[in-house]
Design a protein around this ligand. Structure first.
Ligand code: TXA
Ligand code: MG
Length: 311
C-alpha cells in the first residue's frame, strides 16, 4: 500500500514500520525511539537478533548524541566526502543512547546518511531511523516497490521512490586494528575510498571460531530459489536460464536475463537483485551465471553478491 510522505512520517512517529526507498536498496524503517517498531522489523524479516541494524540520519548532527568520542581517524574526511551517500561507518556508541536490540548488544553501531532527498526529508521529521534492507532474511534485497509486495504482501505500507539507483547496499567500513577495513563490499568500491584513506582498505574475511566483525555478513544472503551455476560453460550447462551480458551471444535454447553491459558495472548493479528475483518469478530451478567480467571497482561487489546468492 503506497503511502504519501506525510502518511509515512505519521506512521513512523507512531512506531510503525514502513518500507522506504534509498539510493542503494529499499529499507524497512522504524524510529530509533520506538522499540516495538524495531522488534517488529526483526519479526517481519525473520532476522536473527545477532544481526545489528544501521542507523540512518539526515545529517551528522542528528547522530552526534549517539556517537562516542574520540572518533576513529579520517572520520571527518570520509563523512564529509561520502555523506549523504552509500557509505556506512561503524562507530563506537554511547551504549545508554542506543537500544541493545539495534546494535546486537555490541558497543558500536553502523551509521549512514542516505542520498535520496525524499528519504532525508522524511528522516528530518521523524528523527533517526533503523533500516535493514526490505526483504525477507536471505532473499535478494528489494530495489523496487514490486519486490516489497513480493516479500511482504500488497497491504504492506511503502513510500514509492521508483527503482533504486545503485541497486546494491552501502559499503560498510569498520575501524579495526588501526585501519578502516571493509566489512561489506557495496556501492562504493575500495578504489574510490583509497584517496581518502591513503591506502586500499582490506576486506575483512570471516575467521573460523571468532565472532564476526560484521555479523550480518555471515548469514545466507541475496539468494533466489533457483540454484545458481558458475562453472561449466553456457553450452555445456543443463540450466535453462542464463544470467548474462548484452554484448554476448548465448545458446538460443536458453532464456537469457540480461544483467546489463560489460562496459557499465553501474547498470549491472542496478539490475542485479531484480534479475535474481525474476528467476524466481519465472519459476527457474537453475540458472547459469556468466562470471566472465572484470573484477575491479564495483565489479568486485557484483562478483561477491552473485557468489553469495549461489551459496
Ligand atoms: O544500503 C544499505 O546499507 C541498506 C539501506 C536500506 O540503507 N541497509 C542495509 O541494512 O543493507 P542490512 O540490515 O541489510 O545490513 C546491515 C549490516 C549488517 O551486515 C550488519 O552486520 C552491519 O550492517 N552492522 C550494523 N551494525 C554493525 C556493527 N556495530 N558492527 C558491525 N557491523 C554492523
Ligand atoms: Mg540485508
Amino acid at each position: 500500500m503506497e503511502l504519501s510522505k506525510k502518511e509515512a512520517i505519521e506512521a513512523l512517529k507512531k512506531g510503525e514500520v514502513v518500507a522506504l526507498p534509498t539510493e542503494t536498496v529499499y529499507g524497512l524503517a522504524a524510529s530509533i525511539y520506538h522499540l516495538e517498531g524495531i522488534e517488529k522489523i526483526f519479526a517481519l524479516k525473520g532476522r536473527p537478533l545477532q544481526n545489528p541494524l544501521i542507523i540512518h540520519s539526515s545529517c551528522l548532527s542528528m547522530i552526534s548524541d549517539f556517537i562516542q568520542t574520540p572518533l576513529p581517524p579520517q572520520f571527518d574526511e570520509l563523512a564529509n566526502h561520502f555523506w549523504p551517500g552509500p557509505l556506512t561507518l561503524v562507530l563506537p556508541v554511547k551504549e545508554e543512547m542506543v537500544p541493545p536490540l539495534v546494535r546486537a548488544s555490541l558497543a558500536s553501531c553502523g551509521f549512514r546518511v542516505p542520498l535520496l532527498p525524499l528519504t532525508r526529508e522524511i528522516i528530518e521529521e521523524t528523527g533517526p531511523l533503523v533500516m535493514p534492507s526490505a526483504n525477507l532474511s536471505g532473499r535478494p534485497s528489494a530495489t523496487s516497490p514490486e519486490a516489497i509486495v513480493e516479500d511482504f504482501g500488497a497491504s504492506f505500507p511503502f513510500v514509492n521512490g521508483g527503482n533504486s539507483k545503485k541497486g546494491v547496499e552501502s559499503t560498510i567500513l569498520i575501524f579495526y586494528e588501526a585501519e578502516w577495513k571493509i566489512g561489506r563490499l557495496g556501492a562504493i568500491s575500495p578504489e574510490e575510498l583509497m584517496p581518502f584513506l591513503g591506502y586500499l582498505p582490506q576486506i575483512i574475511e570471516k575467521k573460523e571460531g571468532s565472532a564476526p566483525l560484521c555479523p550480518g555478513h555471515s548469514y545466507r544472503h541475496y539468494a533466489p530459489k533457483a540454484h545458481l551455476l558458475f562453472n561449466e560453460t553456457a553450452y555445456s550447462t543443463k540450466a535453462s536460464f542464463i544470467l548474462g551480458f548484452k554484448e554476448r551471444k548465448y545458446p538460443q535454447d536458453k532464456t537469457v536475463l540480461e544483467l546489463g553491459s560489460l562496459e557499465n558495472p553501474y547498470e549491472v548493479a542496478q539490475n542485479l537483485y531484480a534479475s535474481l528475483r525474476k528467476l524466481d518469478a519465472l519459476g527457474a530451478k537453475s540458472a547459469w551465471v556468466d562470471m566472465d567480467f572484470p573484477k575491479e571497482g564495483l565489479w568486485q561487489t557484483i562478483d561477491e553478491r552473485l557468489k553469495r546468492a549461489g551459496e
